[in-house]
Structure formats: C-alpha cells, structure tokens
Design a binder for this molecule. Structure first.
Ligand code: ZN
Length: 180
C-alpha cells in the first residue's frame, strides 16, 4: 500500500533505526512492510526508499536500478532489500553527484561521497550478501543507508550554494551537463 512519505523535519528521519531480528523476516508484517515500501517508492518515482521514510524505524532499505543510465554509467541492480546493512569504505576518494530525496521533495543538492564501497547485509530472502559498488550506485546505496542512521543528504552538502530547486536544476544544471 502506498504510504505517506515522512518529510525532513519529522524526527523519525533523525533517529537511528532498530536492527531487524531475523525471526521477523517470514512474518506477514514484514512482507507487508516490504510491499508498502515498494509501492511508496514506485508511487513517488524513486529508485530507493528506507523504512523510516514511511514511518517505520527499522534498518531496511530498498533499491531498484533496472538498466538505468546515469552520468554515462550503466547500472543494473534488481530490486534488493538491504537489511541491517554495514558499509565499508574501500576508497576514501570522493565522487560527487546531484542527489534528490523523497523526504526532501523539490530540491537537488550536490554531494560528494566515497566512490568505492562494500556493503554487507541480509536480503529479503534472509541470505547474507556482500556487494561492492562504485560510482553512482555507491552513492545511491550510501544515500539510502544514511536514512537508517538519522542522516539526510543535505547534511553532506559541502557547498550550500549547490542546493537548489529541481526546476532550476533542470534549467541550469542539466543543460550544462549535456553541453560538457
Ligand atoms: Zn532519501
């Protein structure tokens, strides 16, 4: 079911979410939570969503990037649930992307994050997983997992001048990017 998205200012977005007990994974409540997150992500046109964004303070995020072409990178990550994820930075060197967030609607901000990471997590089938990611995918994963620890992308903008309305981003940044 499509749920209302919690917006910046809602304290749940500033709270470290609770770890999920593995015994929860096969419960109807957990399956319903996954469905609600998926429906809410799709309804908002997002590529990722974290449980706190629909008001559930649990360490669970969903990401789906099916054959997406962003910044000249082809990224394919089938729908994946990240349960109790832990990030390891493999390369401290950063890379910057323009980020947006369902909880911060209408805005875009330029954020620099470590470009190469490894994330260990449990997936929706209860399997231990480890995924290495670079570039845009590394940024998407770090953005979504930030939500599980009370962080928003706006906290990570180094230059506040690089925060703008989507309309102006479309007007001034996209055009410039296509010319570069
Ligand atoms: Zn977000």
């Amino acid at each position: 079911m499509n749920k209302e998205i919690c917006l910046m200012g809602n304290p749940i977005l500033r709270t470290t979410a609770e770890k999920i007990d593995m015994s929860e994974l096969n419960t109807p409540e957990f399956k319903a939570l996954l469905e609600d997150m998926f429906d809410s992500m799709k309804a908002s046109g997002g590529i990722g969503i974290a449980a706190p964004q629909i008001g559930i303070s649990k360490q669970l995020a969903l990401i789906e990037l099916n054959g997406v072409n962003r910044y000249n990178e082809f990224i394919d990550l089938p729908l994946t649930a990240f349960i109790n994820p832990v990030i390891e930075i493999l390369d401290e060197a950063t890379q910057g992307y323009w980020e947006g967030c369902l909880s911060v609607p209408g805005l875009r901000g330029f954020v620099e994050r470590p470009r190469h990471i490894k994330v260990s997590f449990v997936n929706q089938h209860g399997e231990d997983q480890s995924l290495e990611a670079e570039g845009f995918l590394a940024t998407v994963i770090q953005h979504e997992l930030d939500h599980l620890f009370g962080n928003l992308y706006v906290d990570r903008i180094n230059d506040p001048k690089l925060l703008m309305y989507q309309s102006e981003y479309d007007k001034y940044i996209i055009q410039k990017a296509t010319m570069d």
